[in-house]
Design a protein. Structure first.
Lengths: 432, 116
């Protein structure tokens, strides 16, 4: 490796360093260019031109002392040239052109390149990408594209749509930002909490899609989980000591730490109670546990993310499944039912109740949830019912419920798990 | 930027309101309008007569066709508008949220397409 590096020409070294710089700085350079130019599309083109210029010039002239500032500077100048060229052809919108040039040219170069300014730029851009006036699909796509620097193709693949569809979605979103006047700003204090909640919802959606994809062959999309965690860390660094941010980051870290134990090498699901704890990522769990503690100590309204993280923490702390602190988990689900009620929370609460008060009481809760309707197609409800019925020795009903679950499950590994459960009915006697 | 704030309310609900309630809402509107005039954001605004008074004009095959309506089956009808000047969408939506009808109707916020 060292020999190879020594054998490389300085030009080749400069080119590969340039690639590395681009990968690391793409998001930050874009964020700053957007602020300077006030236009998403123009900033993306300017960044591309700056990268091209760097590939041409760095091998010959050497890598600048502050590559990021260099890229921003060159990008901004390219954009000004572009606007001026356009202005020659289209004198129809003189006001627009002049103001864009003034905005771009007025910004001082060196001061803009310090880390604090870059941090602020990325934060601004997160709030722009997650603006409530954009639909949630557009928010997630823009965030992955602009903040995480994923290619349009990668974003499309993550959400199982064609590259063309995703490209159109991104163009529409950028057009709305420009035409509707969605600001490139950190929201004013009275809007901040609400907007943080919006940004976190987008990050959580990225994570959830990665953690348990809704359909297809594989259960986990690690790249999406990692990007969501990266966004969580970025938000936590930019807006420290916010309970909701720390709670969400802790939640993601704790869930993601079990990644290796959740699936067999063959792609089958391993349920929490059967997981090999030595496969868990313990440093990441420790980080998650410490974050939950910090989030819980922050004064103010408790965030649903923090409560969910606290539940994940109790699972992580249990030396083995049978030693899980189920009473406390039931209590935390009751808090969650109070602050953020949903059928999924109700279902998880019922499952936790079954571990404390037994399956009969839990079955009542699940049946009452099912009777209220709205989630008939929810295979996890049928699967939970099946398990409770099985524990109560009601074999036929349990088998029926498993079959119902199998009919509505769309993810292949989940379907295999349910099929295994059904097959077991022919082999094993009823427990208890 | 300029934005048109389109105020949608339920005409049938409004028809059921007592005179005192209507007078109260008119007072709130007066106050709101004064506040955006003083804030320098007001460019114009009017209340519209009910959709029953609407007529539609189309040119088809070179002929002008005038019809009654439209009477789309919607819960809310366009009842008025403001044209405002705002720095960005956040400022525009903040102003829209102060329109009295935002409490029970809905306000569509549309950026103006600048023509020059």
């Amino acid at each position: 490796m060292t020999q190879q590096a020594e054998a490389q020409t300085p030009a080749a070294t400069a080119a590969s360093t340039a690639e590395t710089v681009f990968r690391q700085e793409a998001g930050r350079v874009l964020a700053t260019l957007i602020r300077l130019l006030g236009d998403f599309q123009l900033a993306e083109e300017a960044r591309q031109e700056a990268f091209t210029a760097a590939l041409e010039q760095w091998p010959a002239k050497g890598i600048p002392e502050n590559p990021r500032a260099w890229l921003v500077d060159v990008g901004r100048n390219k954009a000004i040239d572009f606007i001026r060229r356009q202005a020659l052809f289209r004198s129809k919108y003189p006001d627009l052109e002049t103001s864009a040039i003034e905005q771009a040219a007025a910004a001082p170069g060196e001061d803009e390149a310090d880390d604090a300014a870059f941090g602020d730029d990325r934060l601004r851009l997160i709030f722009t990408c997650c603006h409530p006036a954009l639909n949630i699909e557009a928010q997630v796509a823009l965030t992955l594209r602009a903040i995480c620097g994923l290619s349009t193709e990668a974003v499309a693949r993550a959400f199982l749509v064609s590259e063309e569809t995703m490209a159109q979605r991104l163009v529409r979103a950028k057009k709305k930002i420009r035409d509707a006047g969605i600001p490139y700003e950190t929201p004013p204090p009275h809007l901040l909490d609400e907007r943080i909640a919006g940004a976190l919802a987008a990050v959580y959606l990225v994570f959830s899609e990665g953690y348990a994809v809704t359909s297809g062959e594989n259960l986990i999309r690690e790249d999406l989980c990692s990007e969501a965690i990266r966004l969580g860390r970025l938000l936590d660094a930019l807006l420290p000591n916010r309970a909701a941010i720390q709670g969400l980051l802790a939640l993601m870290l704790l869930h993601d730490a079990r990644r290796k134990a959740r699936v067999t090498p063959g792609g089958d699901i391993v349920l929490l109670e059967d997981q090999d704890h030595t496969l868990w990522n313990w440093p990441q769990i420790d980080e998650g546990l410490a974050l939950v503690e910090r989030a819980l100590r922050i004064k103010g309204k408790v965030s649903p993310y923090t409560v969910q993280a606290a539940i994940a923490a109790l699972h992580a702390r249990a030396p083995r499944e049978s030693a899980t602190d189920w009473p406390q988990i039931v209590g935390l689900y009751e808090v969650l039912l109070h602050i953020q009620p949903s059928p999924v929370v109700e279902l998880n609460h019922a499952v936790a109740v079954s571990m404390v008060d037994g399956p009969a009481r839990a079955l009542n809760l699940v049946d009452s949830l099912a009777a209220r309707g709205g989630i008939d197609d929810y295979h996890l409800l049928s699967a939970a019912r099946a398990k409770l019925l099985h524990r109560l020795g009601r074999r036929e009903e349990a088998l029926d419920a498993y079959r119902t679950a199998l009919r509505s499950a769309r993810l292949e590994p989940e379907r295999r798990l349910l099929a295994r459960r059904i097959a077991e009915f022919d082999e094993a006697p009823t427990p208890g | 930027m300029q934005y048109l704030l389109l105020i949608y309310t339920s005409e049938s609900e409004e028809a059921k309101m007592s005179e005192a309630t209507v007078a109260g809402i008119i007072g709130e509107y007066h106050e709101f309008t004064q506040s955006i005039i003083q804030g320098g954001q007001y460019k114009g605004g009017e209340r519209l007569k009910p959709v029953a008074t609407a007529s539609t004009v189309r040119i088809r095959n070179g002929k002008t066709v005038i019809t009654d309506g439209p009477f789309a089956e919607t819960r809310e009808q366009l009842g008025g508008f403001y044209l405002i000047e705002a720095k960005n969408l956040d400022e525009a939506t903040a102003i829209a949220a102060r329109i009295p009808s935002a409490k029970n109707g809905s306000i569509e916020v549309r950026p103006i397409w600048p023509m020059s």
